[in-house]
Ligand binder design. Structure first.
Ligand SMILES: NC(=O)c1ccc[n+]([C@@H]2O[C@H](COP(=O)([O-])OP(=O)(O)OC[C@H]3O[C@@H](n4cnc5c(N)ncnc54)[C@H](O)[C@@H]3O)[C@@H](O)[C@H]2O)c1
Ligand SMILES: O=C(O)C[C@H](O)C(=O)O
Ligand SMILES: [Mn+2]
Length: 540
């Protein structure tokens, strides 16, 4: 290999840290400045440069340069400053980076770009992008529902890249074993279609059979080329997310982060909140505001949990109230999705069912104790609605988790004010602790990023054949007991700064459950040892 190929390969490059011996052996003599640096010195240089960049996007662009040049150094810096850098490489700054992808494009970041216009090239494309690497984990998106910002076509590849960064920084997944994938099926985003710089296919989204055939071809080619690969689906549209998950989940290890990852982090958050309030899950009434991919993923996981706690199917269903664009969802509501149908209510339960299209009126009629917002509607949790909720519930559990920041249903400081400090809150984006009447309230981050890296590490360590409901439930429960709930203002979830530790906890729970269920590879007997064996560290 030529010197230039080594220095320009982010998996191999060590930059100024190549030792004298390595420089000699690799033909790098004279291609670098003389001083040989340690990774600590390089990291200081990177971090100092990062600090002087003026805003989130500039900081992100700078970090992407490091990512493009030297993966080990990038992950060293990212994992040492995870709390500070997470919002830059991931949500919320990832949102404008996706919107501007075509304009600021520099390098394809070793992603695989699959085109619906050339489906016979899918296998070849995956192979080229992997470039001989042993791929164990794929994050794939068709970008129809990027966060809450909608359809971003091939620009959405950034979410695959960003989610994978967190896998490595939080859980120690080997970055040379991952592959971001963009399924380019076209876009319905007019801004992109009219943008001469747009880098994706310039036609409307292909749907129906042709679309599902492409997804299938991708899944089959990926499993053929990389027989153990675990496939994480991200930000597919509402009509496809659960459908695709259900198609594959009984055969191969797959995960839909918006459905399952969000379900796990919200269940963990609700359990954390109930630890603080001292209440029981089976006594709660759940209102999901936004009954789409994430909202139904959350409702379904809470529903399964109620059943695990002894409730019958029928009893458990009674605990749920779904609200979507149409208002409270009833049996006769037009446009129900297959996921929503099992959870709808009867009009006869309410005297004023016709009026239940407005959140405040719904809250007054339903009296929920838990409300989770995945509606992509900023400010939807109004003062009136929240005061109405607080009037019926001592410790209302309120999670406005729509992303990015501009779409959040309410900000924690308002929720605390409107409930006189009684609300138990978690948000999707990171929010600083906030003071109210002398108490410092820590705000838990109910973002699936707290969960999916640990789930993935557990699945990969187990070499799991499938991702079962039991593994999902074990992940949600494993976060319990990590927060000191006796402290006034305690968060409902553990803080991001502890992500390295609790990711291990989640991974162990997932891997142990796989072993117990006979879903792990026969060679895997001890979860902790299996996790340790695959953990990658950012060092030369
Ligand atoms: N924090 C997390 O970990 C996390 C995870 C997944 C999704 N999310 C966020 O949740 C939001 C939704 O994501 P999704 O994947 O479920 O999208 P989705 O499109 O599948 O679902 C959104 C739902 O909200 C409904 N909706 C729109 N306007 C509404 C209104 N005014 N009132 C009530 N409902 C309304 C839509 O009809 C749809 O059913 C996004 O902002 C996303 O960023 C957060
Ligand atoms: O990406 C995130 O921040 C969480 C989630 O997957 C989302 O779609 O909003
Ligand atoms: Mn998502």
């Amino acid at each position: 290999m030529k010197a230039i190929d080594i220095i320009h390969n982010p998996f191999k490059n060590k930059g100024t840290a190549f030792t004298k011996e390595e420089r000699k052996k690799l033909g790098l003599i004279g291609t670098l400045p003389s001083d040989v640096q340690t990774i600590e010195q390089q990291a200081k240089r990177v971090y100092d440069q990062y600090k002087i960049r003026p805003d989130g996007m500039q900081k992100r662009k700078f970090l992407m340069e490091v990512f493009n040049t030297n993966r080990t150094l990038f992950y060293y810096v990212l994992s040492h400053h995870i709390e500070e850098l997470l919002p830059i490489v991931y949500d919320p700054v990832i949102a404008p980076a996706i919107e501007q992808y075509s304009e600021i494009f520099m390098l394809p970041q070793e992603a695989a770009f699959l085109s619906i216009d050339d489906t016979d090239e899918i296998e070849e494309s995956l192979k080229n992008a992997a470039d001989g690497r042993d791929i164990r984990l794929i994050v794939v998106t068709d970008a129809e529902g990027i966060l809450g910002i909608g359809d971003w076509g091939t620009n959405g590849v950034n979410i695959s890249v960003g989610k994978l960064m967190i896998y490595t920084a939080a859980a120690g997944i080997d970055p040379s074993q991952v592959l971001p994938v963009s399924l380019d099926v076209g876009t319905n985003n007019e801004t992109l279609l009219n943008d001469p710089l747009y880098l994706g296919l310039k036609h409307k989204r292909v749907t129906g059979e042709k679309y599902y055939d492409m997804v299938d071809k991708f899944v089959k080619s990926a499993r053929k080329l990389f027989p153990e690969v675990y496939i994480h689906f991200e930000d597919f549209g509402r009509d496809n997310a659960t459908k695709i998950l259900d198609k594959y989940r009984n055969d191969i290890p797959v995960f839909n982060d918006d459905v399952q990852g969000t379900g796990i982090v919200c269940l963990a958050g609700v359990l954390g909140a109930l630890e603080i309030s001292g209440q029981k899950l089976t006594d709660q009434k759940f209102l999901t505001f936004g009954a789409g991919t994430a909202g139904m993923g959350i409702a379904n996981l809470l529903f399964k949990e109620l059943k695990l706690q002894g409730l019958s199917d029928e009893e458990a269903r009674k605990h749920f109230y779904l609200v979507d664009k149409q208002g409270l969802l009833f049996e006769d509501t037009e446009g129900l999705t297959p996921e929503q149908k099992p959870f709808v209510r009867k009009r006869s339960e309410f005297e004023n069912s016709e009026e239940l299209t407005d959140l405040e009126a719904i809250i007054k009629a339903v009296k929920p104790s838990v409300m989770i917002g995945t509606s992509t509607t900023p400010g939807a949790f109004t003062e009136g609605a929240i005061r109405a909720m607080a009037a019926n519930t001592e410790r209302p559990i309120i999670f406005p988790i729509s992303n990015p920041t501009k779409l959040i249903e309410a900000m924690p400081n308002d929720l605390l004010k409107w409930t006189d400090g009684r609300a138990l809150i978690a948000t999707g984006i990171p929010v600083q602790a906030t003071e109210y009447k002398g108490v410092n309230y820590e705000i838990g981050q109910a973002n699936n990023a707290l969960i999916y890296p640990g789930v993935g590490l557990g699945v990969l360590a187990a070499k799991a054949k499938l991702v079962s409901d039991e593994m999902i439930s074990a992940a949600a429960h494993s976060l319990g007991g990590l927060v000191d709930t006796t402290k006034p203002g305690a968060a409902v979830l553990p803080p991001v700064k502890q992500i390295h530790t609790f990711t291990q906890t989640v991974a162990k729970a997932v891997c142990e459950t796989a072993i117990k269920q006979g879903l792990a590879d026969d060679s895997v007997k001890d979860a902790e040892a299996a996790i340790k064996a695959i953990k990658w560290e950012a060092k030369y």
